[in-house]
Ligand binder design. Structure first.
Ligand code: NAP
Length: 249
């Protein structure tokens, strides 16, 4: 099978580990030029070097904090020095802090919404301009099953991910005329560092709710992102695709 993303330029936020890392590796293997984002410069550089060994110079890292509008602007200025085209933006960066509502702090609300929701608008503003100039593109936003059905102890995170779905639908309507597609992925329970803090009891309880009987892998999510990034999805926009092994049917 031919590579699916040859000549495509892709920015992936939160690429240094977990789901974002799998997306970056998958997209690079499919011929894309990838721009890796995260806050920690050293882990981004390590991934950049690893992928460069396999795919050559088609790999760049851009460290910035997506929750900070000023840093996003500077990040896109740096991106613009590297490329004048952007075909795909994957808004994957996110944080999760479980907390019963009575224990939630104002800082937690602010930081979670800034990282998970506001960031999607900040990056989409710059990315959509670049994409529109080049005849279109694909924006993929990482939502969550918790943004669809909720979860006790996750009112802040759940709200921030429900917002991602709302942003996705409005942007899809707004940007369709410029041939920019905007879709969301709602992963279920994926085996990454994000879930390491869950107690064994909570992990077992969650596993019981997965019809397919296993946790998802970052690769499961990356494969769906690949579809949405590619021309196979050229008539798909405004959708939220669950990748959850049947947790939500
Ligand atoms: P993860 O392993 O914790 O990785 C998160 C990534 O985001 C890291 O690369 C992190 O790098 C980056 N990041 C966090 N805050 C950032 C910021 N402000 N600016 C730039 N980069 C930032 O998480 P994951 O499980 O792969 O999750 C990826 C996405 O999928 C998230 O949006 C998450 O909410 C969503 N999701 C995950 C699951 C799951 O079960 N794992 C389920 C549903 C949805 P630095 O810390 O170096 O910045």
């Amino acid at each position: 099978m031919n590579q699916m993303l040859v000549d495509k330029h892709v920015l992936i936020t939160g690429a240094s580990r977990g789901i974002g890392r799998a997306i970056a590796a998958t997209f690079a293997a499919q011929g894309a030029t990838v721009y890796l984002n995260g806050r920690d410069e050293s882990s981004l550089k390590a991934l950049e070097n690893e992928l460069k060994q396999l795919y050559g110079d088609r790999v760049h890292s851009l460290a910035f904090d997506v929750s900070d509008a000023k840093q996003v602007k500077q990040g896109f200025q740096a991106l613009f020095k590297l490329t004048k085209t952007l075909d795909v933006l994957v808004n994957n960066a996110g944080i999760l802090e479980h907390s019963l509502v009575g224990m939630v702090s104002a800082e937690q609300i602010q930081q979670t919404f800034a990282s998970n929701s506001f960031s999607v608008i900040y990056t989409s503003q710059y990315a959509s301009r670049l994409m529109a100039r080049n005849g279109g593109g694909s924006i993929i936003n990482m939502a969550s099953i918790i943004g669809c059905v909720g979860s006790s102890g996750d009112s802040v995170y759940g709200g921030s991910k429900a917002a991602v779905i709302g942003i996705t639908k409005s942007l899809a309507k707004e940007l369709a005329a410029t041939q920019i597609r905007v879709n969301a992925i709602a992963p279920g329970f994926i085996d990454t560092q994000m879930n390491e803090s869950l107690s064994v009891d909570k992990q077992n309880q969650t596993l019981q709710s997965i019809a397919m009987g296993r946790k998802g892998t970052p690769q499961d999510v990356a494969n769906t992102a690949l579809f949405l990034a590619s021309d196979l999805a050229q008539y798909v926009t405004g959708q939220t695709i669950g990748v959850d092994g049947g947790m939500l049917i």
